[in-house]
Design a protein. Structure first.
Length: 366
């Protein structure tokens, strides 16, 4: 009998301010066993079969014939990537189940029991899992390269800000009372051009840009769906794909729209975060889509989606020809309000389109 292993990836901090390590639940001939992996180092040791366990001389880890069950998407993706690569080498398999499906089977139970539930479901409901394929690892790798690119950009910007503050301080507070020729901006430009650390960071950011583009170009969802859309360049496309992670996580288009924050509320309004409230959507996805909407509006007005935006703008103005005020005197249906309504309606339809086309690719790949 092959081992069935359920993995609930670690939770850094829960609502009750507690952290939970990665939990493993194993079903084998010897019975069941539960153990924890406290950090990334122990996770990697388990992947490689080098995990040392107290009171045992034997190293523990992934074995030939093992079948591993995990959740599709989320913080465990890096572990899923390395496990699937290792599994291919030694003759094991790694499967993932959509979180919505797992939630249904949890039936209100405790998430802390997910490792045992995953192992049991892989035994009783294997049809609800997706085996990790190389194309799945490509999606995970995109997220890794995008984060590396973002980190490199932030480091470069932070360095530039420090250099500018140095120039400003040395200009206004020069002990000799001398001011740089050409002013602050020229002195800043000269300092940037000659700063070794900044130049190294610029070089690093350029390398991460190339790495991200390479990771993006091998994805069918980019090549066949997003790349042909005017205004959806690599920067925006990579952010949308990385935020969604995998369309199989979402059983319906409505779920994806809610995740992206482009759904309609019960009163017909589009959601927005108010002061003191937590957003119940994925902010990176919503921001990337907003940038795409700006492309449709300002820079690609004659594109197919730019025309849709203008059509919605005309439609909403026709439905609401006059500016109105509510009981508190707040105006609505102003030009700015109509513009926002058209923007979010366009993006809602775009996410519906993305959901349909991405699922088409998944079905064709089966």
């Amino acid at each position: 009998m092959s081992r069935l292993i359920g993995i609930r990836h670690r939770i850094k901090q829960t609502a009750d301010q507690k952290a939970h390590p990665t939990q493993m639940f194993t079903i084998s001939r010897e019975g069941t066993q539960t153990f924890n992996l406290s950090n990334e180092a122990s996770e990697l040791d388990w992947v490689l079969g080098k995990l040392a366990v107290k009171k045992s001389k034997k190293k523990h880890g992934l074995q030939p014939g093992d079948q591993v069950a995990m959740v599709l998407g989320g913080s465990g993706d890096n572990l899923a990537y390395s496990l699937s690569r290792r599994a291919e080498e030694i003759g094991a398999e790694v499967f993932r189940i959509p979180p919505a499906v797992l939630k249904q089977h949890r039936n209100g139970g405790d998430k802390n029991d997910d490792a045992a539930l995953l192992a049991d479901l892989l035994k009783t409901n294997p049809q609800e899992f997706y085996k990790i394929q190389p194309r799945d690892r490509d999606l995970i790798w995109l997220r890794v390269t995008l984060q590396a690119r973002i980190d490199a950009m932030k480091a470069r910007i932070a360095c530039e800000q420090r250099l500018r503050q140095r120039v400003v301080g040395q200009t206004f507070c020069s002990p000799e009372g001398k001011f740089p020729e050409g002013g602050i901006e020229k002195a800043f430009a000269d300092l940037k051009a000659n700063d070794v650390i900044l130049q190294a960071l610029i070089k690093e950011e350029t390398a991460r840009d190339r790495e991200l583009l390479k990771a993006l170009q091998i994805l069918p969802v980019y090549q066949q769906i997003l790349k042909p859309i005017e205004g959806c360049g690599p920067a925006i496309a990579s952010r949308i794909i990385a935020a969604v992670q995998d369309v199989r996580r979402f059983p319906t288009a409505a779920k994806l729209k809610a995740f992206c924050g482009v759904h309609l509320l019960t009163d017909g309004r589009f959601p927005r975060r108010r002061h003191g409230e937590l957003a119940n959507w994925q902010p990176e996805a919503r921001q990337a889509l907003y940038l795409l909407g700006e492309q449709f509006n300002k820079w690609r007005p004659n594109s197919a989606w730019g025309k849709k935006f203008r059509e919605y703008k005309i439609h909403f103005r026709t439905v609401h020809p006059e500016i109105e005020s509510n009981d508190k005197g707040k105006k609505k249906y102003t030009d700015g309000h109509i513009h926002k309504m058209a923007t979010w309606r366009t993006l809602t339809k775009f996410v519906e389109f993305l959901y349909k086309e991405w699922w088409r690719l998944e079905n064709e790949a089966k």
